[in-house]
Design a protein around this ligand. Structure first.
Ligand SMILES: Cc1ncc(COP(=O)(O)O)c(C=O)c1O
Length: 373
């Protein structure tokens, strides 16, 4: 075999649905020398990660850690540890990721009740209330806080209040939400909440922050069947993250050191300031793209600032335009998924990417590409 050159990524501005741009401090942190995953120094780092995650997720849940794996590993951890065969699981499906939660729950043996809403809309609290009344013994009710396939921003507070005094756990996917829009795990009564690192936290993909409320912990403790995943079994993994410090699997050391630095950056900026920055920059982009006759696809009043999905007016072929944006301007945006494939763009202004300068750069590039030649 010929010698293979080193893999040096091209210069890209990441303004798609993730990964988002990563701060140099995080990249440097990940490149530091290796230590053992049971080294006392590293164990302290993991304790600090737990503390910072609790701060960023606004929770005092003791069982809070970073799953080894991307957001999907967080989803799977959340579902397989709480669901037992025969359980009823209610899932709001208004885009790709609600559909994936339903699929994961079915694979765990659940009977899934799907609360389907048109893509781009949120699941109204009244629908949840009716579903809970119809299925009072449901084990879980799952919602996607930030639906990356559509840009819909699901309200959670009312649903949390509905479930607070019931047996049902509220499971929330905030893979694209955490660090970008307000999230109040304890105040809103959320029980099982997972995220990912490569969106508004601006850390490379590979870890899934997760937290379980005491109510969720009690459900896991009462299980009568074995969790159907060895790798993601919370009861085993928590023996590493907790006081025991027992080996389960080798922690992804460099990735965790990167997350540590990314969380430090979030806290240096301040959560509220970060939410406000995302809100301002996302609105700016949405206003400007509407001025170019694009149609925003998420429901008015429930639009995520960090992820905008929109359809171009007739006559604009989104695929070739997106490709030229990448190859001629070095800017990555996403195409539509599922129902929106072939007609829509998804623009992410997440974490380090959420700046006025990036909105300008993107709009200038798009205007130049659309200019009649
Ligand atoms: C809302 C949501 N949930 C889950 C996932 C899955 O995360 P990952 O691709 O990191 O496994 C994503 C990824 O884009 C997502 O946006």
């Amino acid at each position: 075999m010929e010698p293979v050159p080193p893999a040096i990524p091209p210069d890209r501005l990441l303004l798609g649905p993730g990964p988002s741009p990563v701060h140099p401090r995080v990249l440097q942190a990940q490149a530091r020398s290796m230590v053992g995953h049971l080294d006392p120094w590293f164990l302290e780092v993991t304790d600090q990660i737990g503390d910072m995650l609790r701060t960023v997720m606004r929770t005092s849940n003791q069982l809070t850690y970073a799953v080894s794996g991307t957001g999907s590993a967080g989803m799977e951890t959340a579902v397989v540890n709480t669901v037992e065969p025969g359980d009823t699981v209610i899932v709001g499906i208004n885009g790709v990721f609600g559909g994936r939660i339903a699929d994961t729950a079915r694979r765990a043996g659940a009977d899934v009740v799907a609360l389907e809403e048109p893509w781009g809309r949120v699941v109204p609290a009244e629908r949840v209330e009716t579903a809970i009344k119809a299925h009072p013994g449901a084990k879980l009710l799952a919602l996607v806080h930030a639906e990356t396939s559509t840009g819909a921003h699901q309200p959670l507070e009312d649903v949390g209040a509905l479930l607070r005094d019931t047996e049902t756990l509220l499971l929330v996917d905030t893979v694209t939400g955490l660090g970008g829009v307000p999230l109040e795990v304890d105040a809103w009564g959320l029980d099982v909440v997972y995220s990912g690192t490569q969106k508004c936290l601006s850390v490379p993909p590979g870890l899934a922050p997760i937290t379980f409320s005491p109510k969720a912990e009690a459900v896991i403790e009462r299980r009568t069947t074995t969790v159907r995943s060895w790798y993601l079994d919370v009861a085993a993994v928590r023996r590493y993250w907790g006081a025991e410090r027992a080996y389960h699997h080798t922690a992804p050391i460099s990735a965790l050191i990167g997350l540590h630095e990314g969380l430090r950056l979030v806290l240096e900026e301040g959560l509220e300031t970060r939410w406000a920055r995302h809100a301002e920059v996302g609105k700016l982009f949405q206003d400007h793209i509407e001025d170019r006759d694009a149609t925003l696809l998420a429901q008015a009043g429930h639009r995520l600032p960090q992820l905008t999905s929109f359809a171009w007016p007739d006559g604009i072929d989104e695929g070739p335009l997106r490709r030229r944006l990448l190859l001629e301007h070095g800017i990555e945006v996403g195409g539509g998924l599922g129902d929106f494939a072939g007609s829509a763009w998804r623009v992410g202004l997440m974490g380090e990417g959420a700046t006025h300068g990036n909105v300008d750069r993107l709009l200038h590039a798009v205007d130049e590409l659309l200019e009649p030649s």
